[in-house]
Design a protein around this ligand. Structure first.
Ligand code: GLU
Length: 369
């Protein structure tokens, strides 16, 4: 496969196959593709809509209950049904799934963001398939700021969160057209979009179908993800091999290559945001492991902590002579690091009472200087 870490977003109309309930056959075709990607060595996170549709269907024939429930509450009913369906379908393939429900707040709050990122990465590294949806029960409509509201944007944020190589937005249309294909039979599919400019955005049009998102939210998502260095595909999930084709770099839908190299844009971000608050000094062994062997920085190699920084900051790493070795996003604050420096990673939880992972800086988040 051309891509290794993939976020696949399944919209409501795809999961219901246009009906008023979850369509297990449609879902199982998607499951089959995710499982094949896993077997080919890919990591796949799924962003799944369909909770509200499943909830409404689950409550059919109970008009009074349905009337008494808000959309958020209906989504709660549906979410458990949705997860149960995913769980069973993946279990046929001996694949373990995990439910992760996020809100806008979880993505804007630094700590929640880091926790979500670590959890998702752990789940992916352990070979499970995280299945993500917005936490509709707490993301209230009335408090607009806490709600993302549609899963296209959520999928872009998740792709960014897990450092995906590829975001595939599977929907019920073949991709982005140069005119509305429902009203204009001559509409042509656009195969490749280098830049999402005003002209492309204008092709988005309004929302349609049972899900919340139309092409406009998909384009917004594609914009967010490509800016973060993630390639994006918008394609029809009804094509039997759509997800696999996208992962091979052979989509029949619309392809949005990210400008520049993902690592490059990430590196630029880390380098451009180095905190002035403090730095980490590492011993000779750790400096060598970072420089020559591309390893993560572990607490055992930390000789001293200077100044103050927060978890998630981009922090400079220096050797014992004061030479700059690297910069990277730290999993621990300066205070925490002061307590765990020199400590073996398996003892972090013992010392702190909790652990954010074995690494002080994961190698994915590290740039050599
Ligand atoms: N969170 C919503 C659900 O599961 C989906 C939002 C969307 O359609 O994008 O029903």
């Amino acid at each position: 496969m051309r891509y290794r870490r993939i976020v696949a977003k399944f919209g409501t109309s795809l999961l219901t196959a246009g009906s008023d309930r979850l369509d297990l056959e449609a879902m199982s075709r998607l499951v089959g593709q995710v499982v094949r990607l896993r077997q080919a060595g890919c990591q796949v996170a799924v962003v799944s809509s369909g909770a509200q549709a499943a909830g409404r269907h689950r409550l059919r024939g109970r008009a009074a209950t349905m009337r008494a429930l808000s959309r958020q509450a209906i989504a709660s009913v549906g979410q458990s049904h949705l997860m149960q369906s995913w769980d069973e379908l993946f279990d046929w393939h001996d694949t373990v799934v995990a439910q992760v429900l996020l809100t806008r707040r979880d993505l804007s709050d630094r700590l929640a963001y880091l926790n979500a990122r670590n959890t998702l990465r752990d789940l992916l590294d352990a070979g499970t398939v995280p299945i993500i949806n917005e936490n509709d029960a707490v993301a209230l409509d009335e408090v607009l700021a806490t709600r993302i509201g549609e899963n296209d944007s959520l999928s872009a944020y998740v792709a960014n969160l897990v450092d995906a190589d590829l975001l595939v937005i599977l929907t019920d249309v073949a991709g982005l057209y140069d005119a509305d294909p429902r009203t204009n039979p001559g509409a042509q599919l656009i195969r490749r979009v280098e830049r999402i400019d005003a002209r492309i955005e204008a092709l988005g049009g309004g929302a349609h179908g049972p899900g919340t998102g139309g092409m406009a939210t998909k384009l917004r998502a594609a914009h967010i993800a490509t800016q973060a260095g993630v390639d994006v595909v918008i394609c029809s999930g009804r094509e039997p091999e759509a997800l696999i084709a996208a992962a091979r770099g052979e989509t029949t839908g619309t392809y949005f290559p990210a400008p520049g190299d993902r690592l490059e844009s990430r590196k630029r971000w880390i380098l451009g945001n180095i905190t002035r608050g403090g730095w980490i000094t590492v011993d000779a062994g750790a400096a060598e492991a970072l420089r020559a062997r591309g390893r993560s920085l572990l607490p055992a190699g930390v000789a001293a902590v200077s100044g103050s920084f927060q978890r998630g900051d981009s922090v400079e790493v220096r050797d014992l002579e004061g030479n700059r070795v690297a910069a990277g996003l730290v999993n621990y604050s300066s205070e925490e690091l002061e307590r765990i420096r020199g400590v073996r990673s398996d003892r972090i939880a013992e010392v702190l009472g909790y652990s954010y992972g074995e690494e002080v800086v994961h190698r994915d988040n590290l740039v050599l200087l």
